[in-house]
Design a protein around this ligand. Structure first.
Ligand code: UFG
Length: 324
């Protein structure tokens, strides 16, 4: 049986991918420090190690014992807004801790890695939809902290023969197998809109309506977590063949903040009051993926690209989780 180590596997995306891997017959071990998730969030039927990825001795010992065929690395801080207030914690948790993980992998001779990167590495892109070859110029410290990891991976590949799949996520949403988007504290657009639909918040703040976009609000490319998770399995399984994979994961269609609110009004039937507030520092106006490379290298095709379907999936889960 193939074995994998999943860092951050108690989280929204890492947990979803762990479930898919488990169901595909992998022996999955989740390693998570539980700072942003609870023990109950670790999927059933997987092994669990409570540890921080920066705990070199613990991670190295786990790798030596498990001898995994690959590591899928999700553990990270993920809030662009927060990274503009406390950049240091992003460089510590996302960059320095990943270096520690890479050193442990090197010491244990485990050299296959699937890495969660982000559209935030592009910053304010020159071209839309964004190809992987676009200029990398992050506008927030979160994107920079992930870009630095990408650069380290290139050297571990070149010097130490690592095989790496770098997946640049656009905006992940929706739910799969009773697992949906939830962060503590919540800062992401769709869960906050759905909280408002449930009456748990009075209104949704639109961060800026003076961007250079048709309705003035920021445009993002929303991808269903099921499609995103599926791409991870494909990347892991094609790592041997390709050696290096670097792909965007998005649908290639952009929706403004106002369009997402409209979709949620259609899906939920709720009024969802919205108020325009100042821009959030570090937010690029428009992030839309070209997903050609993922289609070509991974044979990947998103199956849930419709925005209303994505929001409906999130809504079903959100009601179960947070409804009265
Ligand atoms: N937004 C609001 N009001 C809110 C929350 C968000 O207007 O209450 C806006 C943001 O300003 C942004 C858009 O909605 O324009 C999406 O914001 P999110 O916080 O949901 O997501 P981000 O685009 O900032 O970042 C997300 C993930 C990152 C990932 C990135 C890739 O958090 O991890 O998408 O595009 F890298």
């Amino acid at each position: 049986m193939k074995r994998v180590l999943v860092t951050g596997g108690a989280g929204y995306i890492g947990g979803t991918v762990s479930i898919l891997l488990r169901d595909a017959g992998y022996s999955v071990t989740v390693l998570d420090n539980l700072t942003h998730a609870r023990r109950e969030a670790v999927p059933a039927g997987v092994n669990f190690i409570e540890a921080d990825i920066a705990d070199r001795p613990m991670v190295e010992a786990a790798l030596r014992e498990l001898r995994p065929d690959g590591v899928l690395h999700f553990a990270a801080l993920i809030e662009a807004g927060e990274s503009m207030v406390k950049p240091e914690i992003y460089f510590r948790n996302n960059t320095a801790s990943t270096l520690s993980l890479l050193e442990a992998m090197l010491a244990a001779d485990v050299k296959n890695l699937v890495f969660s990167s982000t559209a935030a590495v592009y910053g304010e892109p020159d071209v839309t939809p964004i190809p992987e070859t676009a200029k990398l110029q992050p506008t927030n410290a979160y994107g920079e902290s992930k870009l630095l990891v990408e650069q380290m991976l290139a050297w571990f590949q070149r010097v130490h023969g690592f095989k790496t799949a770098t997946l640049r996520y656009f905006n992940v949403a929706g739910a799969l197998d009773g697992r949906g988007e939830q962060h503590e504290p919540e800062t992401h657009l769709i869960p906050i809109i759905l909280d408002t639909a449930l009456g748990k918040r009075k209104s949704i703040a639109i961060y800026g309506d003076d961007y250079d976009t048709p309705d003035g609000t920021c445009i993002r490319d929303y991808i269903h977590v099921a499609d995103l998770a599926n791409a991870h399995i494909r990347a892991l399984e094609r790592l041997h063949e390709h050696g290096r994979i670097l792909v965007n994961l998005g649908n290639g269609k952009g929706f403004s903040v106002k369009a997402v609110i409209e979709a949620a009004r259609r899906v939920t039937g709720a009024v969802i009051p919205a108020e325009v507030k100042p821009r959030r520092p570090g937010d690029p106006a428009r992030l839309v993926a070209s997903s050609e490379q993922a289609r070509e290298l991974l044979g990947w095709e998103p199956e849930h690209a419709d925005l209303d379907e994505i929001v409906a999936s999130a809504w079903k889960w959100h009601q179960q989780r947070f409804g009265a």
